[in-house]
Design a protein. Structure first.
Length: 442
């Protein structure tokens, strides 16, 4: 007898889980995240920032290369010379000049090398920032995905609860009208029926709200969803290992590290003002100053040019001090980022562990509520329970089911939060975000 009861209870728990994944549900959470990546405006903005920093870095490397310029000019003027006064030459002139020049940087106080390092670090900072945004948007997508599943199931449980209340209410109403039941029982049943109807309306409203959120985050209406299965192998076995991976792999910390490197390079670049600048300049000039062949001048020259600033109002000193304080600022931001990341990892881990323990007891609550409901029905048939007793068991079972469904989806979400706290959510989903950010060979 006990084995049969246990089988029925297990079947009942399965029915609750099956409510999530049956119907027409078939679209995976990975597909929903991928769709969000294709259309999310914030990710598109973050990607634009990264690509901009990428090209700025490429541009800074151009400082190493020579600059080649072609200059041509033509004008009109007057001249006053012995020849013009004697009438031998024309007074009006049309001077022409052509210059081809090459300038190659030889030394600039290490400014160029440090500028390249700075732009590279800023590019990496934007890249890791893009990764962090992708991780967070993936978590947002998963959250709303699970919320749709939860609210859809809760709405159906509310409808089932209302149907049970209507059935029992009709029986109580018939007994009251026939004189076998009291008016107080009918009044109480009417109130409970009204509450069940209100629960259905609230469930429909919650479902409509979460559908609107889903469209905002994912970019399309929810359809054919399926309860996701978390890649358990990606979740560490301990909080200590979770924190360790958060320190090493979370993109937010990587952003802070890249920002520190950028400010260090900026400080070294600021010191370049204390050094001379040396360039190699090669040029070829062709000048026709008077507009006739006798005044044609051609010149080819190569020069090593040194420029050494002696005074510019203390700019170099203040630029160096400003860069030094930016380093301290970047270090402070990194320290706060580490605290925030580790706090998030602890909260996510604690939530996952707590929900796992809660689920064990909530499952027992559902099982025992179901047993009580079935027992009360049998006892009612024997005249040992009232219809109000049956309503009590229906409400108890309804609340137990709601708690179990909410805890189950929250437990799944807690696992994803742990993965997100380590910066490994996309890895666990087996999603390569680069496939959705576009490709470029430049």
């Amino acid at each position: 007898m006990k084995a049969t009861t246990r089988y029925k209870i297990s079947s009942f728990i399965f029915i609750i889980a099956f409510t999530f994944s049956n119907k027409v549900f078939s679209k995976s959470v990975e597909e929903a995240v991928a769709f969000a990546f294709n259309s999310n405006p914030e990710l598109q903005t973050a990607y634009g920032l990264y690509r901009s920093a990428y090209h700025q870095h490429k541009s800074s490397k151009g400082l190493w290369y020579p600059t080649i310029d072609l200059r041509a000019s033509i004008g009109k003027g007057d001249q006053n010379t012995a020849e013009t006064r004697a009438g031998i030459a024309r007074e009006d002139t049309r001077p022409k000049e052509y210059t081809l020049s090459l300038q190659q940087l030889l030394f600039d106080g290490f400014f160029t090398s440090q500028e390249i390092k700075r732009t590279e670090s800023e590019m990496l900072s934007e890249y890791y920032g893009l990764q962090a945004s992708a991780e967070n948007k993936a978590l947002d997508a998963i959250t709303v995905y699970l919320s749709v599943l939860r609210e859809d199931t809760l709405a159906k449980l509310a409808e089932k609860n209302l149907a049970s209340h209507k059935e029992i209410f009709e029986q109580i109403k018939m007994r009251a009208e026939s004189g076998l039941g009291s008016s107080s029982d009918l009044s109480q049943a009417t109130g409970r029926l009204a509450r069940a109807q209100a629960n259905v309306i609230a469930g429909e409203n919650n479902l409509a709200d979460i559908h609107a959120q889903y469209i905002n985050i994912i970019g399309e209406a929810p359809k054919d969803l399926v309860l996701p299965v978390v890649n358990q192998s990606k979740i560490p076995f301990s909080l200590a290992e979770t924190l360790n991976q958060s320190r090493r792999k979370h993109p937010t910390i990587a952003v802070a590290n890249a920002d520190i490197k950028a400010t260090l390079a900026q400080l070294e670049a600021a010191k370049s003002g204390y050094y001379p600048k040396v360039t190699l300049e090669i040029s070829k000039n062709k000048i026709d100053d008077r507009g006739n062949s006798t005044a044609l001048i051609e010149e080819t020259r190569a020069d090593i040019v040194m420029t050494y600033n002696l005074f510019r109002g203390g700019q170099d000193k203040h630029n160096e001090h400003a860069a030094a304080y930016q380093i301290e600022q970047a270090k402070g931001i990194k320290s706060q980022a580490e605290r925030d990341v580790l706090e998030g990892a602890k909260l996510a881990w604690n939530g996952m562990v707590s929900l796992k323990r809660q689920l064990e007891f909530l499952k027992i609550h559902v099982e025992q509520s179901y047993i009580t409901q079935q027992a009360y029905k049998k006892q009612f048939d024997l005249g040992r329970r009232t219809l109000l007793d049956l309503l009590d068991t229906e409400n108890e079972l309804f609340e137990a089911r709601k708690s179990f469904v909410s805890a189950e989806t929250n437990y799944i979400l807690a696992k994803y939060r742990v993965l997100n706290s380590m910066g490994r959510l996309l890895d666990a989903l087996e999603i390569n975000p680069k496939e959705y950010w576009g490709s470029s060979n430049d």
